[in-house]
Design a protein around this ligand. Structure first.
Ligand code: FPP
Length: 240
């Protein structure tokens, strides 16, 4: 994330499914939380790599709606990590003029996490060098349900005609309507799945899946993903 204008072959928006923390820990005979801790270091590396390359938006799938079904101790550990990250790393965002935003059913998060999130989101709201988006208690289907409810409310109130609903209407009712769709989706640890992430927004995104586990995905790996993207030819369903 940088104030430089992004070059044509640099994605404006990168979204990441950060997978493989548990496997990374298991391979080393460590508790899963150790994998998440190393994963948090990879989050810092991804933010740095975006700044250096000129990527303007970075969206990280940090906690899905499905993740609430994990063991209580793991959820508590992840929430603690998130709080620590927000407390200790907020200064990095200030230094680099990076704005923090969140996407998801934020009301589901513990009050202590919400408080830290709100503080950092508010404090960084005026920055424009880059935007870091944390997807928290996020689900792509849940987002579409929430958008549909908001649209139906407007129709019921008589402020929106059903015939006027088009793709732009749906986009405008998503959690962060002003954020451009991701150009590149990165998924670590080899699974070929979207896992309910940004279902609407990823329609035309380029995909990059690597076997590298998230805790091992550092700047060099990020640069490899960007270099793969730079070689892509995007057609958006047309011919060329
Ligand atoms: C997937 O690995 C990862 C998560 C569910 C959580 C991601 C969280 C972090 C990277 C740490 C903290 C985040 C921030 C923003 C500070 P997994 O547990 O599903 O791994 P597995 O598939 O190998 O079990």
């Amino acid at each position: 994330m940088s104030s430089k204008e992004p070059k044509a072959q640099i994605p404006r928006h990168v979204a990441i499914i950060m997978d493989g923390n548990g496997r990374w820990a298991k391979q080393r005979g460590l508790p899963r939380l150790k994998g998440h801790e190393q994963g948090a270091e990879s989050v810092r590396a991804a933010i740095r790599a975006c700044r250096e390359a000129g990527v303007k938006y970075l969206t990280l799938y940090a906690f899905s709606v499905e993740n609430w079904s994990r063991p209580r101790a793991e959820i508590a550990g992840l929430m603690r990590l998130l709080r620590t990250f927000l407390r200790d790393r907020a200064q990095d965002l200030h230094d680099d003029h990076v704005r923090l935003r969140v996407a998801g059913r934020i009301g589901d998060l513990p009050a202590s996490v919400r408080k830290e999130l709100t503080r950092v989101v508010d404090e960084t709201a005026s920055y424009r060098a880059g935007t870091l988006i944390l997807a928290l208690s996020y689900g792509g289907r849940a987002e579409l349900v929430d958008a549909t409810r908001a649209i139906v409310n407007e129709v019921t109130a008589g402020t929106l005609a059903p015939d006027a609903i088009d793709e732009a209407t749906i986009s405008a009712h998503l959690y962060l309507p002003d954020v451009p769709d991701p150009d590149l989706l990165i998924r670590t640890s080899g699974e070929m799945r979207l896992s309910n992430f940004l279902l609407w927004q990823l329609s035309y995104s380029e995909l990059y899946v690597t076997d590298v586990l998230w805790p091992d995905f550092r700047e060099e790996e990020f640069r490899m993903a960007l270099s793969s993207y730079a070689g892509r030819h995007r057609r958006f369903g047309g011919v060329s």
